[in-house]
Design a protein around this ligand. Structure first.
Ligand code: GDP
Ligand code: IMO
Ligand code: MG
Length: 422
């Protein structure tokens, strides 16, 4: 953590790597925690003292009372869901209103964006992305089309702008043959959310961050999703709609590339993916089921089964390159406690071609594995690296060697306390 720097903590695979947990662990070391991309498609789980929280739009630094948290301009925000999430935290005793700042440039997710999300997915049929249904794609589309509504619009003749946008969306829905919906109740809640949001500092967060960095303050940028879900670098079109990679920190917060310090790349000791799209390491057998059961791999947002497989070093190396990852964080190591053998994908193959580089089109590629011995030891109570079994040390060394990047944290359980720094 450097003074006057923005460190980035980025999911480097398909999301759900455990970002929320590590941001929570890191927060005491920083002055500001900021989300730069995504919205309520994210579900970041934090567990401490026997309590569990799942955050969607609110940064995971919120549990440290002294720290400022920012929802940056690169994010999209649904006022109704935001209100629900924030009120739950307030009821749990966390005061948010003075220390959660929202960018006026962040875009608003309207109820009709969520309908459009559903309508577009339905129209795609078997090629559907398997989105979270939170209206993410349509909202970022409106942003790119320069027709979006921003948080700052709340402050000035809002109802008129809302009505215009809603009418435009309803026309599209009509053209798609998507009818028979009733969003009156949802809309009422959404408008309550707008009123609720007014109680928060709706600010120019890029200016705030610029000043803070000049004063030598430290910022932690909390990623959402993961590199393989990035709109440019992921498995397009089976991706989310924002830049989840390190470059997104600069655009999504308004900070200069030169202000980026450490780039933490977070991954699980194995792989998961929610939604459709290529996944060369997917295991459709008992091993995949065992990983899912042991790792409780069910979506934090939608409850869907996460697809499971072994670690994919092709994806990891690609993400390390794109993001400039300086340190790796390996999560959920304990989930592999009970496997006699652990496989790692080192290359992909298709039609006699073998590659260790991420192909343009990951569809149809098969994983080529190397097999390592499992440790068959309970890691969950361990408190230091010296207690690690040899097989785990070898697994870590294998990944470090293959990626040329140090693993500086190993997570051995969901609780804050189950975090081992090396
Ligand atoms: P995020 O979206 O990257 O913040 O990750 P999620 O919260 O969606 O998913 C990570 C899940 O793994 C959550 O249920 C966490 O509580 C849990 N978790 C995090 N780290 C560990 C770990 O080291 N071991 C185990 N067993 N669970 C973990
Ligand atoms: P966190 O931050 C895992 C996936 C969806 C779908 C695709 C597009 O918790 O890691 P969207 O609703 O964004 O248009 O869906 O991206 N997806 C995620 N998968 N973790 C996430 O967030 C995700 N956010 C979106 O399942 O395949
Ligand atoms: Mg998640």
């Amino acid at each position: 953590m450097g003074k006057g720097k923005v460190d980035a903590l980025l999911g480097i695979v398909f999301g759900d790597e455990g970002k929320g947990k590590i941001v929570d662990v890191f927060t005491p070391r920083y002055d500001i925690v900021a989300r730069f991309a995504g919205g309520p498609n994210a579900g970041h789980t934090i567990i401490f003292g026997g309590k569990k929280f799942v955050l969607r739009s609110i940064p995971s630094g919120i549990f440290d009372e002294g720290k400022t948290n920012i929802i940056g301009n690169g994010c999209v925000i649904a006022p109704d869901l935001f209100m629900q999430e924030a009120k739950e935290l307030e009821q749990a005793g966390y005061d948010l209103k003075s220390r959660l700042h929202i960018s006026r440039r962040a875009h608003l997710i309207l109820p009709t964006h969520r309908l459009l999300d559903r309508a577009y997915e339905a129209a795609k049929g078997k090629d559907k992305v398997g989105t979270t249904g939170k209206g993410i794609g349509p909202t970022y589309s409106d942003k790119a089309s320069r027709t979006g509504l921003r948080v700052g619009d709340i402050l000035n003749n809002f109802q008129g702008k809302y009505n215009m946008m809603k009418a435009r969306h309803e026309q599209i829905l009509h053209d798609l043959g998507f009818t028979g919906y009733d969003i009156r109740q949802e809309e009422r809640l959404w408008m309550q959310g707008i009123e609720y949001m007014r109680q928060f500092p709706l600010t120019d967060t890029e200016i705030e961050l610029g000043k803070a960095l000049k004063e030598g303050k430290s910022v932690l940028a909390e990623g959402a999703q993961g590199t393989m879900l990035d709109i440019d670098h992921g498995t397009y079109p089976f991706v989310s709609s924002s830049n989840t990679v390190c470059g997104g920190v600069c655009t999504g917060l308004g900070v200069a590339p030169s202000s980026i310090g450490e780039v933490y790349g977070i991954f699980k000791a194995y792989s998961t993916r929610v939604g459709s799209g290529p996944f060369p390491v997917e295991l459709l057998d008992e091993t995949g089921d065992k990983i899912r059961e042991t790792g409780h791999e069910y979506g934090a947002v939608t409850g869907r089964n996460r697809r499971c497989g072994w670690l994919d070093l092709v994806a990891l190396r690609y993400a390390i390159m794109i993001n400039g990852v300086t340190q790796l964080i390996m999560m959920k190591s304990d989930v592999l406690d009970d496997f006699a053998e652990i496989k790692v994908c080192t290359r992909y193959t298709k039609d006699g071609i073998v590659t260790d580089e991420m192909p343009y089109d990951t569809e149809g590629w098969n994983a080529v594995y190397e097999t390592l011995p499992g440790w068959q030891t309970d890691l969950t109570q361990m408190t230091g690296e010296s207690q690690f079994p040899k097989q785990l040390k070898d697994y870590i060394a294998f990944i470090e060697q293959a990626t040329g990047t140090p693993i500086t944290i190993v997570s051995v359980g969901p609780d804050r306390a189950q975090t081992i720094e090396r």
